[in-house]
Design a protein around this ligand. Structure first.
Ligand SMILES: *[C@@H]1O[C@H](CO)[C@@H](O)[C@H](O)[C@H]1NC(C)=O
Ligand SMILES: *[C@@H]1O[C@H](CO)[C@@H](O)[C@H](O)[C@H]1NC(C)=O
Ligand SMILES: *[C@@H]1O[C@H](CO)[C@@H](O)[C@H](O)[C@H]1NC(C)=O
Ligand SMILES: [Zn+2]
Length: 503
């Protein structure tokens, strides 16, 4: 009995001392009521996500642009209700193949009342989604948000409706708990992201000297974590897409009749594609690797702290081994080194069975993922020159044409930048752990565009889980990530306001 009492006394002591240390720090006095409000209103926040998911804002289908507009209007209305000044900015027209030109959906530009003593944060997000059909393999209607085992399934749940709403709810939480939002806030929300953000670049340029002039930080939440731990993202790869066309005879030929007597376009193409990289994945295009920014010791250390289960990943994607034999090597290959992938051959025989055709014309397709300090225009020149040189050595009578589509630039930020420090503190306050500092192997052109045009600090602060399945069937966000993510944004406002002022 005495022992039990002693244990209880000790427990009480431990719990009271931990709670007193945390509540005595100024951050938790501010954050506690916000977090409590978010917890208590989570069902409302989930319900609102359901209302947003129900709007079929698939920007790839022009017949659904009205839905995109509806959701942009709903976003504008929410922002106005919270006291923001909102403009639906015109982004021009799009020329259709029929010659008809149609107005693009507008971009929502919103700003809250400004206090010159506070830092100014601008959030970018999008409310359009990828296509989704039940018959693609969804287990429930993609436009009817469905909760199962703690996950909220629906198109746009994580990309990007959930995160956009989490930002709005973070603002709402300050207002509802009668706390002053400690930063100046701006929002830029578009509805054409999934089809290339037509008109957005131009708008950013046009508003650089007005809307963006007093912005200190730009934050984007349009990606996901890489593990079960929260993350801050400080880089994305760029990309360029190439088409290698080899054209030979006037007509397709029979291999039994002409095989052995002519230089076949497919043979040329295979040799060309084969000259692009070696069996270790190294890109063989001369000059391409030389532009890659050198790895610093400080950067290398960031990779040590990232949780990445090599064995689990091998199982998940079904490969025996990676090209690198350790976590750091694999992640660097995916994030900070260039890669080249061959995607397909147009004009090649690809049906089942054995057809003995010699295709007269084939087009190989590949892309190059690019990293700092590579320039897409330079890469395009290097790739074309390399292919032309290889082809010239073969003395083929066929005609080679190499073309490329406009490349997106890579982006990298300095993770020691003040907004990253605030982001780390906010993660610590909500999740109790340090975030992983990560990069994205895929291409998200918006960050590079913002940085290049406005010159402002850009950060990606994701809240989606690593298994959310953006763009896939059964896209979801977990209730946990959605609600904790809302707290993260509320805490981020606070931590930004606590940064030492510029000297
Ligand atoms: C959106 O709002 C604009 C301006 O208030 C209005 O002209 C337009 O009809 C609305 N569109 C939809 C689809 O609700
Ligand atoms: C959404 O799904 C629920 C069942 O999970 C169903 O009760 C409801 O009627 C559905 N809503 C719509 C609009 O289809
Ligand atoms: C955008 O405005 C900033 C000042 O806010 C300036 O430094 C930058 O050069 C401008 N960008 C362009 C492309 O003019
Ligand atoms: Zn997105």
């Amino acid at each position: 009995m005495a022992k039990l009492l002693l244990a209880i006394v000790m427990l009480l002591h431990v719990s009271s001392s931990t709670s007193s240390t945390s509540s005595s720090s100024p951050s938790s006095t501010v954050l506690q009521p916000l977090f409590q409000y978010i917890d208590e209103h989570q069902d409302e926040f989930v319900q609102r996500l359901g209302e947003w998911v129900a709007v079929k804002s698939d920007s790839s289908d022009r017949a659904l642009w009205g839905e995109v507009q509806t959701l942009l209007n709903m976003t504008a209305d929410r922002l106005r209700e919270m006291g923001a000044q909102v403009e639906l900015a015109d982004t021009g027209t799009q020329q259709l193949s029929s010659g008809e030109s149609v107005s693009l959906p507008p971009v929502v530009l919103a700003q809250f009342e400004r206090d010159p003593n506070k830092p100014t944060l601008c959030f970018y997000g999008h409310v359009d989604v990828q296509p989704a059909k039940m018959e693609d393999g969804w287990i429930a209607d993609p436009y009817n948000l469905t909760e199962r085992d703690g996950n909220l399934y629906g198109r746009g749940a994580t990309d990007n409706k959930g995160p956009v709403l989490a930002w709005l709810h973070a603002v709402e939480t300050y207002r509802a708990t009668k706390q002053e939002v400690p930063v100046n806030l701006k929002f830029i929300i578009e509805g054409m992201e999934e089809v290339g953000s037509d008109g957005l670049d131009e708008l950013i340029r046009l508003r650089n000297e007005s809307f963006f002039s007093d912005v200190d930080y730009i934050v984007i939440s349009d990606n996901v974590w890489v593990s079960r731990r929260p993350a801050l993202t400080y880089g994305t790869r760029g990309s360029s897409y190439f088409f290698v066309e080899v054209e030979g005879p006037k007509i397709d030929l029979h291999s039994g009749v002409f095989g052995g007597s002519i230089q076949e376009p497919m043979t040329d193409l295979i040799a060309l594609l084969g000259s692009l990289l070696d069996h270790t994945g190294k890109v063989l295009v001369p000059g391409l690797n030389e532009a890659v920014a050198p790895l610093t010791e400080e950067e290398r250390k960031l990779y040590e702290d990232i949780h990445y289960d090599l064995e689990e990943m091998k199982k998940e994607i079904g490969v025996k081994h990676f090209l690198q034999d350790n976590k750091e090597g694999i992640l660097m290959a995916r994030w900070r080194y260039p890669s080249l992938s061959i995607h397909g051959i147009e004009g090649a025989f690809s049906d089942p069975g054995s057809k003995t055709v010699i295709p007269r014309r084939v087009i190989g397709k590949f892309s190059v993922r690019q990293v700092p300090n590579m320039e897409p225009a330079v890469v395009e020149r290097q790739v074309k020159q390399h292919l032309q040189e290889v082809f010239a050595r073969h003395k083929s009578p066929n005609i080679l044409t190499v073309s490329s589509s406009v490349g997106a630039k890579p982006w990298v930020a300095d993770p020691r930048d003040p907004q990253y420090i605030a982001g780390r503190k906010a993660v610590k306050a909500v999740f109790g752990v340090e975030p992983e500092l990560i990069r994205e192997g895929s291409t998200i052109p918006i960050a590079a565009n913002f940085q290049e045009v406005t010159g402002k600090s850009v950060m990606m602060l994701p809240i989606g889980g690593h298994d959310d399945g953006e763009h896939s069937q059964n896209e979801k966000i977990s209730r946990y990530n959605y609600i904790q993510g809302t707290k993260l944004f509320a805490a981020f406002f606070h931590e930004l306001s606590q940064l030492p002022k510029d000297p």
